[in-house]
Design a protein around this ligand. Structure first.
Ligand SMILES: [Zn+2]
Ligand SMILES: [Zn+2]
Ligand SMILES: [Zn+2]
Length: 147
């Protein structure tokens, strides 16, 4: 993805396309895996000598709240983030071993949403689903194995 599309994503969020925000998005866009704030910070320190870890956390939180990036919850309780250019409704499969993220186009939760609405008598606005597991290679016991 080009820098212009990244600044476009930021503008749709009414966020200024600052060099730091763009750099964070660009880093995430290069990764097929989910990344921790510390890892992004390590990579950005070369480019922006003075950037602090709290700044990286804040930028990631702003981008996640705006829906530009996805927050990944891991059983090790570390927070990770992932950038996905797919804007259609879908969910993510994450491999807990090699951190690969794959799009899951199947949703099938519309009927569940209707049942919830009937039960609570309110309105469902959205849902969050993250499927955790081992990808094909990791399940086959490929190189590396569990981290
Ligand atoms: Zn894997
Ligand atoms: Zn996706
Ligand atoms: Zn869904």
């Amino acid at each position: 993805m080009h820098q212009t599309s990244y600044s476009h994503s930021l503008k749709s969020l009414k966020l200024k396309a600052t060099p730091k925000r763009l750099a964070v998005l660009e880093l995430l866009g290069q990764e097929m895996t989910y990344v921790s704030p510390e890892e992004i910070w390590q990579k950005l320190k070369g480019e922006f000598g003075t950037i602090g870890l709290p700044t990286v956390y804040r930028i990631l939180e702003e981008l996640a709240e705006g829906g530009v990036i996805t927050k990944v919850l891991h059983s090790n309780r570390q927070l990770y983030y992932h950038f996905c250019p797919n804007r259609d409704h879908h969910h993510h499969f994450i491999c807990v071993a090699c951190r690969r993220v794959e799009d899951v186009e199947i949703c099938g939760l519309e009927s569940m949403e209707r049942e919830v609405e009937e039960k609570i008598g309110g309105k469902v606005l959205s849902h969050v689903v993250q499927v955790n597991g081992l990808c094909r290679e990791c399940a086959a016991g490929g190189e590396g194995g569990m981290p």
